[in-house]
Ligand binder design. Structure first.
Ligand code: NAD
Length: 402
């Protein structure tokens, strides 16, 4: 389907998010599919399907986040009900229209709708619920699942930190941060860098490098760039506007700040040293705003990150292997990536998922198959090999044999 219908999928993604073609990730869905088909025989050996699973997906990558878990679920032999996000209606209705044409409709159903429909779905008994979205709804999903003791995978979000050491290749670092932030749905991605921590002395150089890269990527008038997704709807636009206009942070803007309410566009915007108790540092930004927090010594970043809830991804740019080891050992995060951002998501050999408030359970590649399988233990014995001590009446003499 992804191959034959890629133009339609891209059109739906553009209608929902003005998503540039390169960010549609159709190739990623195709490679997930091929990878599962290639490895299925090997994966299937000791596992059994769970049964009927519910997949609830989110609006920011509405195609990828629907199809990728379906690949794992059907590879493992389950029947699936998919509930795409109503916040990306073009993609939701395209999935509802196209999926039945390509898959067995008795095994995969698409149910469209919002809170009311999802609430009704959550009241049913499932063998597994796989939910992608925010933690507030994640709690609702988990509470509903608890009524039937249904296991859940929760793919949630959080504030993904990027620690930048001063010994890095500045230009490559700036490009890779920009690609993971603004090149991922204009920051509306669960693994987008949420904030940067660097040293006071290095911050001006990093800012200058980011400014140069951003101008090269999106021009002098980024609001007109077709390579930047728009903000998904006016609710999210207003949420981001509120974060920007907070009187404690609005004077900390050092780059960008332009917005176009009519077209729901916000330009890449960088802040320097916003207060740590401001909204922008308390909630997941999920948009094109990027605060830089400065510290005297780079190691101070560890305590700051650990004072917050556990992120879905933690990034570090450094050439110092000691710092890298310490970061890996000290920071708890769903995933970690050194000297890049976001691309760990595309590696089929790595589990993708959160920890703590960024979620539970993981998928991608073999881990998707496992997420939708039950490792049923089956032991078959012969009738020989009886141990008398196992059976009453128990006696000290029998115990000696044990
Ligand atoms: P969303 O608004 O599309 O909601 C997700 C799903 O929850 C939708 O299908 C929606 O219908 C359903 N839903 C919403 N309110 C509900 C309710 N009250 N009861 C039952 N179901 C309800 O998406 P969102 O939550 O805005 O997505 C953004 C969040 O998702 C961010 O926090 C982001 O970090 C996270 N996210 C995580 C991943 C991941 O893979 N870990 C991927 C994408 C997004």
């Amino acid at each position: 389907m992804a191959a034959a219908r890629s133009a339609e999928v891209c059109r739906a993604l553009h209608a929902d998010l003005a998503k540039p073609y390169t960010e549609s990730y159709i190739a990623l869905v195709k490679s997930s599919c091929k990878f599962a088909l290639k490895n299925l025989k090997k994966w299937m050996k000791p596992q059994k399907p769970l049964g009927v699973v519910l997949i609830i997906s989110a609006w920011n990558y509405p195609f990828l986040l629907s199809i990728d878990p379906i690949i794992g679920a059907i590879a493992a032999g389950n029947a699936v009900v998919l509930k795409p996000s109503e916040v990306a209606p073009a993609t939701s209705s395209l999935l509802a229209e196209l999926l039945p044409r390509y898959v067995d409709g008795s095994c995969i159903k698409v149910v469209e709708g919002g809170v009311a429909e999802t609430t009704t779905l959550l009241e049913q008994k499932w063998d597994k619920i796989f939910y992608t979205g925010n933690g507030k709804v994640g709690r609702i999903v988990m509470a509903s699942a608890a009524k039937h003791l249904t296991p859940v995978v929760l793919e949630l979000g959080g504030k993904c930190p990027v620690v930048v050491d001063s010994n890095v290749n500045l230009h490559v670092t700036a490009k890779r941060i920009a690609a993971g932030k603004w090149g991922c749905n204009n920051g509306q991605a669960c693994i987008s860098p949420d904030f940067i921590i660097t040293t006071k002395s290095f911050a001006p150089k990093l800012l200058e490098a980011l400014e140069k890269v951003l101008e090269k990527f999106y021009g002098r008038d980024p609001l007109r760039s077709s390579d930047l997704s728009r903000i998904v709807n006016s609710n999210h636009f207003n949420r981001l506007k509120k974060l920007m206009d907070d009187e404690n942070v609005s004077d900390k803007i050092v780059f960008g700040g332009q917005r176009d309410e009519h077209h729901l566009k916000i330009a890449p915007t960088i802040f320097m040293d916003v207060p740590l108790d401001s909204g922008i540092m308390k909630e997941e930004i999920f948009g094109p705003l990027l605060p830089i927090i400065t510290v005297d010594k780079i190691h101070e970043s560890f305590a700051l990150i650990n004072s917050m809830t556990k992120p879905l991804a933690a990034y570090l740019f450094t050439k110092d292997s000691k710092l890298q080891e310490q970061y890996e050992a000290t920071i708890s995060a769903g995933g970690m990536l050194v000297n890049d951002t976001a691309v760990h998501l595309t590696n089929q050999y790595l589990p993708f998922g959160g920890v703590g408030e960024s979620g539970m359970g993981a998928y991608h590649g073999r881990f998707s198959f496992e997420a939708f399988s039950h490792k049923k233990a089956v032991l078959v014995r012969r009738f020989a090999g009886e141990a008398a001590a196992r059976y009453p009446p128990y006696s000290p003499a029998k115990l000696k044999i044990l």
